[in-house]
Structure formats: structure tokens, C-alpha cells
Write a protein that binds this ligand. Structure first.
Ligand SMILES: O=C(O)CCC(=O)C(=O)O
Ligand SMILES: [Fe+2]
Length: 313
């Protein structure tokens, strides 16, 4: 039988020191999920439900403002990613608008003044996501059998993390693409959505990820796939817009710093007699190429840069 949902794991054993068995079980489920899907959902992760709901509510209020009002929060020039309010370029196949934020305190951030508390709530949820990402990274480190603290020490600079509040326009009769199929370029992504739309590709079948109240969807991304030499998957996913209604979501991207060198680790290559499946690269070069996909969407989909750009045939 085809499994039609992605695994859901309860992280509470990680908040209860005595529950070692529970932690072991979680680690097993996540190892399986990361090798099979690259996706899973987590519950009891420590982000308060009330804060998630508040963030969604404020983002809905903001996106309902006039174009003129929203454009007041347009990004400044010269930022590594466009922090602030953006609409996808007209010729993009992706049909959404979004507000992008770097970590609280970053000089790049551009917040709207209204609605009230917008900045405070976004900074609060950002800080929560940073903590959950730290925990998930420890678990993934363990799942990969890496030396304790390996990923923590490698990914030790939080300045390239970012979060996006998204609004998707209702699907039309002719087309319903919200975000075309892609893999995320960073390390680990979290998503939560107010209604369905996110789909994950597994064995050629698109599996819808249905919203579970309070859960976070976790997505293994390209950096982990490269480090693990494809042991863990950076899953292909997309967003299909529902009809007759807007869809809102948040995506948080735990990301390494741009000067980090990314290549398959010896534990997954030399030490086990496997050839490396990727050449090494500086993360900032990859992020720049991916950014160009967004700002200047190529008319030929084959020209979109993916991690396969660095693959060794
Ligand atoms: O909106 C979503 O559910 C997912 C967004 C996403 O995949 C992305 O921003 O990379
Ligand atoms: Fe994504």
C-alpha cells in the first residue's frame, strides 16, 4: 500500500531528561523519514500554538493592506536576500507575495509599522524557530551517526538564517501553481500553513501535507543532502494553490553562513569506499545562483539552478 502521509514525531522526550527510550524511538523514526522522504512533521516542539496563530493572524492582516501600504516595506538595496515585502516577478510561475526577515537585530530587516506588534511577534517566533532548529540539528547529527556536536560546530553562525511569511493568491480555473517544484538550498526548513497546499514528491507521487494544528513540517534541505552524500534527502516539494481562497504559510530556513565550504563528508565517502556525489562549493556562490533563479526566472525550466549543478556525474 502506498503511504499517503509523511511521518509525525512527538519531540516531548527531548524535553524530559529521563525519557531516553523515547528519544531513541524519535531518532529511529527521523532517520527513516530523512532517508525515505526528507520530510516529517514535529509536534511538542516548544513553539507555543498561540504564538503560531498570532503570527498567522498578523501576517494575514498585513497582506490585506493596499499595495501602496505594503510597498512601504520594500527591501533596501544591497542585501544578500530581499528582506522586507516582495511580490514574485510577473513572469514567475510562482504566484505569491512574501515578507522576508533575517534574525532579530539584523540591519537588513525592514518591518511594517502596522499591524501593531508585528515586529515583536515575528522576532519572538523567529527566536523560537532558532531554538527548535538547534534541537532538530542535534537529532539529525545523531541520526547521521556524526561525532557529537559536529553539525553544531559546522553551522555555528546564525546570521544567514531567514524566515518568510507567505500569502498565495487563490487558484484560477486555468492554473494553480503556488511555488513550482523545488528543493530548499539551506540545511533544515520548518513550515506551517493555515490550509493545505504543500505537497511532497515520493517515488513519483505527490503526497499532500495536511495541516495539523500546532505541528511544524520539517524539510531536510540541500546542504544536509550534500554533506551526507545523499544519505538524507532534500525532498522535492511544491505548493498547489487552493481554489477560491488565499493560503498563508510561514517558512523558516536554518542556513549556514556564506563562507562555509560544502562537500560530502569523509564519513559518507572515503571512509566507506563511496565516491563523492558532489564537488565542493562555497555556500554563498550557490545561494547567489539560486537567488538569480528567483529575480530573473529563466524561461526554460532546465536553466534553473539546482544542487545538481555541483553533482559529479
Ligand atoms: O508555503 C509553503 O508551504 C512552502 C514554501 C516553500 O516551500 C519555500 O518557501 O521554499
Ligand atoms: Fe521550499
Amino acid at each position: 500500500m502506498v503511504n499517503t502521509s509523511i511521518p509525525t514525531v512527538d519531540l516531548s522526550p527531548f524535553f524530559n531528561e529521563r525519557d531516553e527510550d523515547g528519544r531513541k524511538k524519535v531518532t529511529e523514526i527521523i532517520t527513516h523519514a530523512c532517508s525515505e522522504y526528507g520530510f516529517f512533521q514535529i509536534v511538542n516542539h516548544g513553539v507555543p500554538l498561540s504564538l503560531m496563530n498570532k503570527a498567522l493572524e498578523l501576517s494575514k492582516t498585513f497582506f490585506e493592506y493596499s499595495e501602496e501600504e505594503k510597498l512601504k516595506s520594500s527591501p533596501n538595496d544591497g542585501t544578500p536576500l530581499p528582506a522586507g515585502y516582495n511580490v514574485q516577478p510577473k513572469n514567475s510561475a510562482d504566484k505569491n507575495e512574501y515578507l522576508l526577515m533575517f534574525p532579530p537585530g539584523s540591519n537588513f530587516n525592514v518591518y511594517p509599522n502596522d499591524p501593531q506588534d508585528f515586529r515583536k511577534v515575528m522576532e519572538e517566533i523567529f527566536s523560537h524557530f532558532t531554538k527548535v532548529a538547534f534541537l532538530v540539528e542535534i537529532i539529525v547529527n545523531d541520526c547521521l551517526g556524526l561525532p557529537p556536536k559536529f553539525l553544531e560546530e559546522y553551522n555555528n553562525d546564525r546570521s544567514w538564517d531567514f524566515m518568510v511569511a507567505l500569502r498565495y493568491f487563490p487558484a484560477t480555473e486555468k492554473e494553480n501553481n503556488g511555488i513550482s517544484e523545488h528543493q530548499d538550498g539551506n540545511c533544515i526548513t520548518f513550515v506551517f500553513q493555515d490550509k493545505e497546499g504543500l505537497e511532497v514528491l515520493k517515488n513519483g507521487v505527490w503526497i499532500p501535507v495536511l495541516p495539523i494544528e500546532g505541528s511544524l513540517i520539517v524539510n531536510i534541505a540541500d546542504v544536509i543532502q550534500v554533506l551526507s552524500n545523499n544519505k538524507f534527502k532534500s525532498a522535492t516539494h511544491r505548493v498547489v494553490r487552493p481554489e477560491g481562497t488565499t493560503r498563508h504559510s510561514f517558512a523558516f530556513f536554518n542556513n549556514i553562513e556564506g563562507n562555509k565550504w560544502v562537500e560530502p563528508l569523509p564519513q559518507f565517502t572515503k571512509e566507506i569506499g563511496e565516491p563523492a556525489k558532489y564537488k565542493g562549493f562555497f555556500y554563498k556562490d550557490y545561494q547567489m545562483l539560486r537567488m538569480r533563479n528567483k529575480t530573473h526566472p529563466p524561461s526554460n525550466p532546465e536553466d534553473i539552478i539546482h544542487i545538481t549543478h555541483y553533482a559529479i556525474p
